[in-house]
Write a protein that binds this ligand. Sequence first.
Ligand code: AMP
Length: 365
Amino acid sequence: MPFSLAPGATVGVLGGGQLGRMLALAAARLGLKTHIYTNEPDSPAFDVCSARTIAGYEDAAALAEFADNVDVVTYEFENVPARAAAILTEHCLVRPGPEALAVCQDRLAEKEFLGANRIATAPYMRVDDAGSLARAVAQVGRPSILKTRRFGYDGKGQVLVREGADLAVTFRSLGGAPAILEGVVPFAKEISVVAARGQRGEFAAYDVCENRHENHILKFTRAPALLAPESAVEAVRIAKAIADALDYVGVLAVEMFVVEEAGAPPRLIVNEIAPRVHNSGHWTLDGALTSQFEQHIRAIAGWPLGATNRHGAHVEMWNLIGEEVLAFEQILREPGASLHLYGKAEARPGRKMGHVTRIAAKAEG
Ligand code: AMP
């Protein structure tokens, strides 16, 4: 029996950051309430939700009570502990399902999943101690990147293994956590596919977008990516294959590297899968017929997916990081700029405070 939320129902969201906030805003527009569950007492999503629970992700009683009081559970981050996901699924429908979480929160499981589905990744090896790091370096070579299997984001939990680096010191620098060693991919650009899959397998992708990072943090996204049309089709095919293989329900983002070699067609290599709405999809709030946030709510509600068509010739999204947010008045004065602030009081370095979207008009004629 397909599931369908009734208008007025409550969506439970694990995590109360800006993604939870923008999900709650989209849910409200569709007549749904949002209950935020987070361990952070000061969360941006609290301003715009109907109910909140502040408790740890290990608190079985609080998780069960939360799940009993909502009609579907989703999340804005992939590091939901497996035990928490199991408790929630006993009490409520969780979308995307726990399998997507298990695959996407562990870099090794993710690489193995991609390999099993014949999707290209960077060369990699599992690393559990300094000895296995030495064997991995012998195989993968240098420079390469040691990444913790879990809890890495925005470049955290990663270290470059250069020529001459002491491997025991390198392994300890990540706290001795289980890791993988990845070969450095000589990419020409980074792209992502943000797409949704519904409960009946229906699939809708946004334009492939192109991303630039600064200090490992997403700085800029352009949609569509400047890419050969065949590569864009291939990128969407890969994202759909991933969503189908996970029997995924909701919005996901697949980050990829584009590798260009003389005399060969560009190759796409998957870096990471985010089982959630994604920063590289923020442009859809102003730049597409249905935003990624509304799309995620539609998908998990069992409702029809919306059209993903882009407005304008192209769309740019700039993150406002740290003190860049202080320019908000100047951005507000700019015709055609759409400003989104996340309600965070303190503009700490590296903190995502908001973003701005600019839509380039379609050429006349
Ligand atoms: P990640 O946390 O895996 O998304 O990595 C953050 C950023 O580091 C990516 O967006 C890339 O810019 C860079 N990066 C990660 N892995 C690789 C790799 N294997 N080769 C080259 N650059 C990488």
